[in-house]
Design a protein around this ligand. Structure first.
Ligand SMILES: C[S@@+](CC[C@H](N)C(=O)[O-])C[C@H]1O[C@@H](n2cnc3c(N)ncnc32)[C@H](O)[C@@H]1O
Length: 161
């Protein structure tokens, strides 16, 4: 049982508004096409999976959050960590991971997996106040081609290919 399983009941009450603000901001720069496949890594209750107008998939290791996500929408949700993404190489046109990377137990491995399953573009964000933010920024810059970095109220958001 993870911390996020423990807070699953109140997660949206606590975080919905701030996560919706991030999505609005991201949508100014990123909008997948309807036939494209998108994976949301660390999707939680689906707040960051639902808004895209395309073929959506979500993974998260927190079983209780995934159960909530499944109740809301017909999207393929799987219980899995970023470090072991249960899809083949290049399966997704786009991979997003919103406010989850600071929680990965092996950040490098999680980012390698994200890169492995993605083809065209990546939108990756992490909490600025995380003690791991400098490492996360460095790894993202080393492993991806970062086109844009935005400093949002709580997150750093990277748009990359
Ligand atoms: C702040 S929540 C963000 C959830 C969702 N993206 C949103 O914005 O509402 C952080 C998420 O990271 C997930 N997480 C923790 N460890 C993870 C890992 N190793 N791989 C993928 N996700 C992980 C948690 O279960 C949680 O759902």
């Amino acid at each position: 049982m993870t911390y996020y399983d423990d807070i699953s009941e109140g997660y949206e009450e606590l975080h919905k508004e701030e996560q919706e603000k991030k999505i609005m901001l991201i949508k100014a720069f990123f909008e997948p096409k309807s036939h494209e496949k998108l994976l949301d890594v660390g999707c939680g209750t689906g707040l960051t999976t639902e808004p895209w107008q395309c073929i959506r998939y979500g993974i998260d290791p927190a079983k209780k959050l995934i159960e909530r996500a499944r109740q809301k929408d017909i999207i393929e949700y799987k219980i899995a960590p970023a470090e072991n993404i249960p899809y083949p190489d290049g399966f997704f046109d786009h991979v997003v991971s919103i406010t989850a990377i600071q929680n990965f137990f092996d950040i490098r491995k999680g980012l390698l997996e994200i890169k492995r399953v993605g083809k065209k573009s990546f939108v990756l964000s992490a909490l600025k106040r995380s003690g791991k933010i400098d490492v996360i920024r460095q790894l993202i810059n080393d492993m991806f081609e970062v086109k844009k970095e935005i400093e949002e109220e709580k997150d750093l958001i990277f748009f990359a290919s």
